[in-house]
Design a protein around this ligand. Structure first.
Ligand code: ZN
Ligand code: ZN
Length: 265
């Protein structure tokens, strides 16, 4: 006996070929040969056994491919990524602004320092130029020097205290310049600090404002509740369950509703 062939005494052992998929069909025997379908399923929607098996297998694969984990994870992931991006942008902007301010202030200080160093070098060179001839001539015995050299040395002897005073004054002048640069630096630091304090104060005020702390939260919460109310969710689950002929009992329904409500609060 071949089970792939029809067992009906009048159907000539024809091949079992069709499955009835008609939603209106009330015949208990859904599978049969061509004659079975002529007898019982004449106007019904039918599929060949191969088509039927292919469709069922394909449906199992497609339904199985639905990923719940991904559906719940991805908005969270996107949100974190977006917030991180915004924060990075914001920090980058603030950093850039402060670096510009820092660059400006530092540039002015650097200029002053360069000017002061130039002055220093200039004084040093003047002094060297002035002393150099006397350094050379004073090494010799005085009686071998010519008239001019002796006269120059005598002049130097007479003016030495004045020359010394002149260069001491130059050093004082440079010290004063240095002090001024120090004060300028301090002023810039204070300026920078006060800018930061103003920024932080504004920032703190902004963060404690109800607009930022609560309004956004409410805006987010209200549509969320409208989209997926507890009753809507229970209907969704109920539909899925009833199609599998396992409806929820009254107690299960109650428990589910309270669990879902709790989660949405
Ligand atoms: Zn048959
Ligand atoms: Zn039928």
């Amino acid at each position: 006996m071949d089970i792939t062939n029809c067992q009906h005494p009048n159907h000539d052992s024809q091949r079992i070929k069709y499955v009835c998929v008609d939603p209106q069909c009330s015949i208990p025997k859904k599978i049969g040969c061509a004659d079975c379908f002529l007898d019982d399923h004449i106007t019904h929607i039918r599929k060949t056994t191969t088509q039927f098996k292919d469709f069922v297998n394909e449906s199992i694969l497609q339904i199985n491919a639905i990923e719940f984990q991904q559906a719940t994870n991805s908005p969270q992931k996107d949100l974190t990524k977006e917030i991180d991006g915004e924060l990075d942008n914001c920090i980058e902007c603030i950093k850039l602004k402060f670096n510009t301010i820092k660059g400006d202030l530092k540039g002015q200080i650097d200029n002053d320092i360069i000017k002061m160093q130039d002055n220093c070098a200039q004084f040093q060179q003047n002094m060297n130029n002035e002393l150099q001839p006397f350094r050379t001539t004073i090494k010799n015995d005085l009686h071998i020097l010519n008239q001019n050299e002796i006269n120059s040395l005598v002049k130097f002897y007479q003016e030495a205290p004045k020359i010394q005073k002149h260069y001491n004054k130059a050093v004082e002048q440079i010290q004063e310049e240095k002090q001024k640069i120090k004060q300028k630096k301090q002023k810039y630091l204070t300026k920078m600090r006060s800018i930061m304090q103003i920024l932080l104060k504004d920032f703190n005020e902004l963060m404690t404002t109800k607009n930022v702390q609560y309004d956004d939260y409410c805006d987010y919460e209200t549509p969320q509740k409208q989209v997926m109310s507890p009753n809507k969710m229970i209907n969704l689950v109920e539909t899925a369950r009833s199609s599998r002929r396992f409806p929820m009992s009254q107690i299960q329904k109650k428990q589910f509703l309270s669990a879902v409500t709790k989660k949405l609060e």
